[in-house]
Ligand binder design. Structure first.
Ligand SMILES: NC(=O)c1ccc[n+]([C@@H]2O[C@H](COP(=O)([O-])OP(=O)(O)OC[C@H]3O[C@@H](n4cnc5c(N)ncnc54)[C@H](OP(=O)(O)O)[C@@H]3O)[C@@H](O)[C@H]2O)c1
Length: 328
């Protein structure tokens, strides 16, 4: 048996219920993992509200770290007793023990503790594919400017540090002066409080009127239009989230008028669709974390029983960096 958070219908944080559920044996391609910590992500909010619909009843959560307890047929990269961490489908990581597909579960290096592992996999692999693989046609070279929205959040603080390690000048936006300071402390070259400042005008000022080569935008509805105005000709608008709501439909013709821009909508799950790709990206992430180039900031910890409050705080923009659920 395991304590597990479930929803029976889409809705507010009050729909998150902790229940006692039965856990079986892993089938082919699966493992059973006992979590030591679980990561919280904004996608969990989309799953809960139904922006990304789930079949009911549903588990929630896509990130965790713990010890492998049992291994199903055909799984060769993990053994019983291995320390492991993952970002993976299907949702259901808010629990003590679960059976799940092994494909995206990686052995956790000894130098990385369980809480860090649980906090960093989904957010860190996202920062990895954005900065390393989601590039403008002209590429990115040290010294280039990029704009990264919500820079003091979970993905954001990792991206600030990783971009600096790559020699990029990351301009971060955030919703308060305190969050802007945090982004600067973590390697952002510039920070803009988009609650009080016109971020497009500031980006133009910072870049000497040229604009940036890429905008990484997870805020969605509220930042979409102005973000296009921050780009250089042939620049890339990389949309990867909807914290303020989904991006509304737009006319492709406007991309021509604004400088022959490119637009992409990325999701981590395309990037980690094979075991080999998952491991290669995870190895890159483990390296920057173990070297100290990227520090994982766990700024909030909630008990599994307090999961409703964790969701309230995340949605109310009260969190910074990473958030984890701790287990009894
Ligand atoms: N596509 C992918 O592969 C992928 C993978 C991981 C994450 N994501 C996306 O990346 C974003 C960051 O994820 P995360 O888990 O690290 O979350 P997070 O950044 O820690 O939290 C979301 C942040 O978005 C900002 N925000 C702006 N408008 C908001 C609004 N109306 N309501 C709530 N928040 C708002 C807030 O920061 P400020 O107060 O500073 O504005 C808030 O702290 C999310 O949009 C998530 O869906 C996408």
């Amino acid at each position: 048996m395991s304590l597990a958070v479930q929803i029976r219908q889409h809705g507010g944080p009050e729909e998150l219920h902790v229940a006692d559920v039965e856990v079986g044996q892993p089938g082919p391609g699966q493992i059973r993992i006992r979590h030591h910590a679980v990561g919280l992500n904004f996608i969990d909010v989309y799953h809960r509200t139904g922006l990304y619909p789930l079949q009911m009843p549903a588990g929630i959560g896509m990130e965790g770290a713990g010890v492998v307890e049992a291994v199903g047929e055909g799984v060769t990269h993990l053994r019983v007793g291995d320390r492991a961490a993952y970002a993976a489908n299907p949702p259901g990581s808010y629990c003590e023990v679960r059976v799940m597909p092994a494909q995206n579960v990686c052995r956790l290096p000894d130098g990385i503790d369980f809480e860090t592992g649980a906090a960093m996999m989904l957010k860190g692999l996202t920062a990895q594919y954005l900065l390393k693989k989601t590039l403008p046609v002209e590429g990115l070279v040290p010294g280039d400017f990029v704009l990264f929205h919500a820079a003091a959040g979970g993905v954001g603080l990792i991206a600030c540090q990783w971009a600096k390690a790559l020699g990029l000048q990351l301009i971060g936006t955030a919703g308060s002066d305190a969050k802007c300071r945090l982004a600067l402390d973590n390697g952002a070259a510039h920070a803009i409080n988009y609650a009080t400042e016109d971020f497009a005008a500031r980006v133009k000022e910072i870049t000497g009127g040229k604009g940036v080569k890429v905008v990484y935008d997870s805020v969605g509805k509220d930042t979409w239009e102005k973000s296009l105005d921050c780009l250089r000709p042939f620049g890339l608008m990389a949309s990867f989230g909807n914290a303020s709501g989904p991006v509304p439909p737009f006319a492709p013709g406007s991309l021509g008028a604004k400088g022959s821009l490119y637009v992409t909508r990325q999701t981590l799950f395309t990037h980690i669709s094979s075991r080999e790709a998952t491991q290669a990206m995870a190895d890159d992430l483990f390296e920057v974390v173990e070297s100290g180039a990227v520090k994982i900031h766990i700024d909030q910890r909630y008990r599994l029983a307090d999961v409703q409050q964790a969701h309230r705080d995340l949605e109310a923009r009260k969190t910074t960096g990473c958030t984890i659920l701790t287990l009894p």
